[in-house]
Ligand binder design. Sequence first.
Ligand code: FAD
Length: 398
Amino acid sequence: MEQFDAVIVGGGVAGAAMGVALGRYNLNAVVLERRREVGEINRGDALQIAAVRALDRIGALDAIFEAGGQKTGRMVFSHYRKGLLGHFDISQAFDPPFNYILTLPHEKIEAALIQEAERRGVPTRRGHTVRMIRRVDDLMILSVHGEEGDYDIRARIVIGADGKFSTVRKCFGEEPETYWYEQECVVIEAEEPAGVPTEMRMAYHPDGFLVIGPLSPTVVRVYIMSLRHDAANIFRMSADEIRKLAIGRDPFLEGYQFSKRGAHIFKMGLYHCNAYVADGCALIGDAAHITSPAGGHGMNLAINDAEELADRIGPKLAAGEPVSMGDLKDYEAERRQANEQALRQAHEIFMRLTGPDLGYRIMRPLLFWTWANIPAIPGRMFKQMVNLGISPSRRQAS
Ligand SMILES: Cc1cc2nc3c(=O)[nH]c(=O)nc-3n(C[C@H](O)[C@H](O)[C@H](O)COP(=O)(O)OP(=O)(O)OC[C@H]3O[C@@H](n4cnc5c(N)ncnc54)[C@H](O)[C@@H]3O)c2cc1C
């Protein structure tokens, strides 16, 4: 039976970043990924400043730029009737080099990280699904369904980077309760007219706000926020009907060409596991927590989890020493605190932006107005976000 120092289950952003971070320790590690191809998954494209800093620390930032990552340094706020309200300059508010949001289609982020991990000696096996893990003496045994049939492998440690419906998590009996938001989001692509600067836009409309974020130099992703039944109705519309609805929420979209290619409904939830670790295994990324999309923290938390865990277990694995439950608990304590704070803040902002209750609805236009007209307010929020999700011991004054 094959034996590895570490087996990473799942090759999404969390698992791929874990491969990169562990790759610094010259280990015998592998990523097992159920999907046969990169992509085939609806996820986000925006890496916020804290994620960019974590990518830089694990040495993967250049790989994202080489894959076509674009810097976005400006956030524009608008109103469905009043038009442009104002903007916030991220590039002015922060000192270089970390003064931008980095955008790249999700599949390219994954591919760049997988490639970087491979370059560091951590390969990915695609089309391999982990079905069960169990502990035998001081090793973990994974039962895998692969391209050529079922097989077992051994690992000194298993890292569950297998997302929302984590098998690793189930195997150690952690079943977090998910809070599903009443709000849903229709995500659709649009081609922008020539000459539009690279920026993020947020538009206020009483039926739900709209976010527009760059996907490539000429294509944007439009996020149309709605209540659940409205999202289903919007999703059934043709691309042209959706375009008209989106223009009603942000008239700036007049010249954009909408396409339903890759369109999907984003169902948003929130959970946070009590335990991230058990003897011989640890969870990172969406397997441990999912968050509302406010602030775009999903990838940020996933990459920071990977960095923290790799730094705790990498040196021990490399030295052939056992990874103790104490080492894993230290990882859990550090990351749980950072993640809890990020999840709480993302939830509060998300409810202020989209919450269906009357109080939120009354305050919302005022919120947009203040963001657009008093730069100190988004400035303060962004300044908090720069450290949000970063382990307490790694935070720097920004
Ligand atoms: C529509 C949408 C938009 C988002 N926008 C943003 C954004 O702009 N910015 C941001 O930071 N975050 C965003 N997020 C969140 C972010 O994408 C995720 O939090 C992040 O990618 C988590 O990655 P992960 O690797 O933990 O999980 P996943 O991406 O779910 O990866 C898990 C992987 O494990 C594999 N897997 C599962 N089970 C097994 C198994 N048994 N054996 C082998 N493999 C298995 C899956 O195939 C998958 O590849 C968004 C999410 C969604 C859904």
